[in-house]
Design a binder for this molecule. Structure first.
Ligand code: ACO
Length: 426
């Protein structure tokens, strides 16, 4: 409690509402009591609604702050590793050496998927979108790991969490291998998380893949920068599915489905498609004109964010990583030049400035992924892989505390009650 109270007056009724203070962020008005007085609250898109209490991630969109368990994303991205961030998100504290070693060895003991799972892939067309495949395969995990599906058992929840974190790189790489018709590559547990993923992606039975440490570090950073983002659309979807007591694999599959949309995780793929469509720097002005013309319906993909209205702190680190990777690989990417021109114009244009539209994390991630050799339609799969610890941490937090099934209400504006009229009389 904050010691404050809000008073809501509707006509001649007055409703006292408690106000809560978190450790950071705005105070929150508890509107539950309006139901007893015969009202619902209305907030489409949940613009001003806190759907839960959480201790995992804090965002201040105006100041461009993103903290995981209190630690700034810039520090985690440059000083930590993805495995350590996974531990932090799941457990609330950074691990000591023994805890880190134990976590790594637990993850490594679950990197393979059940041999039978490969037949799920074979049911898909080779040209299926990898997100469709990933969504199906992750949901199918619940049919393979019956021994860890009791959501009331903390031990089961732990095992499912480790299984998901360990198997997502294997599943993602298998999505790629299946799409190009190459044999699946088994995980190699002597490698670190991101190097193992790159090897499963790019090795073949004929040629092993020598992992470039710069690319492995960039991959790890991309995973860290996507690891969690508070109550975004996919995480809220995971929580909502979890509130029905669905098993964790089903909940994460629901999150993957929500992430797929181009307004969310699908944006990194959409950015590169947009850059290809623009084609060359000379077409940028014309494209920006189209974006500003509302009747055209074109959006500048990789720009804008529901929460960040000054800058996306992840985008800053991502841009720096992008420069590092391209210079390490000696790549002169004309699409990067195009992206920089687009960024420059947009950051100085009144349309974007007045609406507080800035590059988000996805504006740069696609360029790095392309340089690493990851194909376009796998970009959102990479995002899903990176976001997995966040989804699980939120699911765990919800299940370990009292919760109710998520069941919003509505402002009904349809027909009032009327009598059915038989077909002959219509
Ligand atoms: N290009 C052009 N105009 C835009 C863009 C954009 N990318 N984003 C927002 N606007 C405009 C809107 O048309 C609106 O204009 P208006 O006030 O004249 O009507 C104004 O800016 C406010 O936009 P909203 O849609 O209200 O912002 P909202 O917070 O609902 O949407 C969203 C945020 C969905 C991310 C939006 O900015 C967008 O679609 N961006 C492009 C897709 C993208 O990059 N998504 C990735 C998000 S980050 C992530 O998921 C990791």
């Amino acid at each position: 409690m904050s010691g404050k109270q809000a008073k809501l007056t509707v006509g001649d009724q007055s409703i006292d509402l408690p106000v809560y203070s978190g450790t950071l962020g705005p105070d929150v008005i508890d509107v539950k009591d309006v139901l007893a007085k015969g009202f619902f609250t209305y907030d489409p898109g949940f613009m001003a609604t806190a759907s839960c209490e959480s201790k995992i991630t804090f965002i201040d969109g105006d100041k461009g702050i993103l903290l995981h368990r209190g630690y700034p994303i810039e520090q985690l991205a440059t000083q930590s590793t993805y495995e350590e961030v996974c531990y932090l998100l799941l457990n609330g504290e950074l691990p000591n050496q023994a805890q880190m070693d134990d976590f790594r060895s637990r993850v490594k003991s679950h990197t393979m998927v059940h041999e039978q799972l490969q037949f799920f892939y074979r049911g898909f067309r080779r040209d299926a979108h990898p997100m469709a495949v990933m969504c199906g395969v992750v949901g199918a995990l619940s049919a393979f790991y019956h021994d860890s599906l009791d959501i009331r058992n903390p031990e089961h929840r732990q095992i499912s969490a480790i299984r998901l974190i360990a198997k997502m790189p294997t599943i993602a790489a298998m999505c790629f291998k299946y799409s190009v018709g190459q044999p699946f590559i088994y995980p190699k547990n002597e490698l670190d998380y991101s190097s193992n993923f790159l090897r499963m992606m790019f090795a073949t039975p004929c040629d092993d893949y020598e992992v470039n440490p710069i690319l492995a570090r960039a991959m790890d950073r991309i995973f860290i920068l996507h690891a969690d983002h508070e109550q975004n659309a996919s995480t809220s979807t995971v929580r909502m599915a979890g509130s029905t007591d669905a098993n964790p694999f089903a909940c994460i599959a629901a999150g993957i489905a929500a992430l797929w949309g181009p307004s969310h995780g699908g944006a990194n793929e959409a950015v590169l498609r947009m850059l290809s469509e623009i084609g060359s720097v000379k077409n940028v002005d014309d494209f920006v004109r189209r974006v500003k013309d509302k009747s055209d319906g074109t959006k500048l993909m990789g720009f804008g964010h529901r929460v960040y209205k000054n800058f996306d702190p992840r985008a800053k680190v991502m841009k720096q990583t992008c420069d590092e990777v391209l210079s390490a690989l000696g790549i002169q990417d004309p699409q990067l030049e195009l992206a920089m021109k687009l960024e420059e114009i947009a950051l100085n244009d009144e349309y974007f400035v007045s609406r507080k539209l800035y590059p988000n994390v996805d504006f740069y991630s696609g360029i790095i992924l392309k340089a690493i050799g990851i194909p376009l339609n796998l970009f959102t799969v990479i995002f899903a892989l990176g976001r997995t610890p966040g989804w699980i941490a939120h699911w765990q937090e919800m299940i370990a505390n009292p919760y109710k099934i998520a069941r919003p209400r509505q402002l009904y504006t349809g027909a009032v009650q009327r009598d059915y009229v038989g077909l002959q009389q219509r």
